[in-house]
Design a protein around this ligand. Structure first.
Ligand SMILES: Nc1ncnc2c1ncn2[C@@H]1O[C@H](COP(=O)(O)OP(=O)(O)OP(=O)(O)O)[C@@H](O)[C@H]1O
Length: 265
């Protein structure tokens, strides 16, 4: 009888170790470590100034940490430290394997080109040169994010905030990234628009099996989207664990305060 093949955990996509970032004498975040696995959604929550954005910028290669390492599982060469690889290679990763969804869609869209071109140019950046294919992918993605195809040639500035955010999501997901970073993707939108956008993001992330790091001050967002949660305060991670566990049975006094002030218990 042949033995059943042993179950093997996938390798982490991202390995963060001892990450600290200082702005001169000020601490942005301190000694943060975590692993992120393929298809996993990690939420980072905390009050304003707790270090969420600093951490996200460091782990997404936008800002070099003062100390510590961020390693990414590349398709061709395994785990490589983001800040030891060449700038060209890091940029290629950002265009191909990664997406970054900014809080303000203006930071993630090109406002002077049409909606269709915003989606299409990401495909061109990874070598697609077939106009018909690029156009049909753009149409497909605008439909997936529930945008009106009749507006494919319109400029992003003519869209509402919610539409711009959906366009930013389409632009990021069209290349089928393995990892997407999101910084407060729904703040600034009114509540009903937020709810639809969150549903959309949840559906896409699950269907496509994308790993995601999502920063938010909104516990409702992490409850809906994230498998795991890290709670930050004053630059430190004060608690982490499975989202439901942390929210239903918070251990750290700060998490207890956060949960009781926002969610009915
Ligand atoms: N460019 C900067 N120069 C100096 N200090 C900074 C800078 N950016 C952030 N900080 C400080 O680092 C700490 C963490 O800030 P960060 O923006 O990461 O927090 P945050 O949790 O994302 O806050 P918010 O939810 O308000 O965006 C804060 O004390 C902040 O004042």
């Amino acid at each position: 009888m042949t033995a059943a093949p042993a179950f093997r955990m996938p390798d982490p996509l991202l390995q963060v170790r001892g990450l600290t970032h200082r702005y001169g004498p000020h601490i942005g975040c301190r000694d943060v470590s975590f692993d992120l696995y393929p298809g996993e959604v990690l939420g980072i929550v905390g009050e304003s100034g707790s270090g969420k954005t600093t951490l996200l910028k460091c782990v997404s290669g936008q800002m070099e940490p003062t100390e510590g390492s961020v390693e990414y599982e590349t398709r061709d060469a395994g785990l490589i430290d983001l800040f030891r690889m060449s700038e060209a290679r890091r940029r290629l990763l950002m265009r191909t394997d990664w997406g970054i969804v900014y809080q303000n869609p203006r930071d993630g869209l090109r406002m002077r080109v049409s909606a269709g071109a915003n989606v299409g140019e990401r495909l061109m950046a990874i070598g697609d040169r077939h106009y018909g294919h690029i156009r049909s992918e753009a149409v497909d993605w605008l439909e997936r994010v529930e945008m009106d195809i009749g507006r494919i040639d319109d400029m992003p500035h003519t869209f509402s905030g919610g539409m711009q955010q959906r366009l930013q999501i389409a632009r990021n997901l069209v290349t089928k990234p393995r990892l997407v970073f999101m910084d407060e993707p729904t703040s600034g939108l009114d509540v009903s628009v937020q709810a639809r956008l969150l549903d959309l993001v949840r559906g896409l992330v699950r269907t496509l099996g994308i790993a995601c790091v999502i920063v938010t001050h909104d516990l409702g967002v992490v409850r809906l989207l994230s498998h795991r949660l890290m709670v930050m305060k004053g630059g430190n991670v004060v608690e982490s664990g499975l989202t439901d566990q942390v929210l239903d049975d918070p251990q750290h006094p700060y998490t207890q305060l956060l949960v009781s002030s926002i969610l009915p218990v």
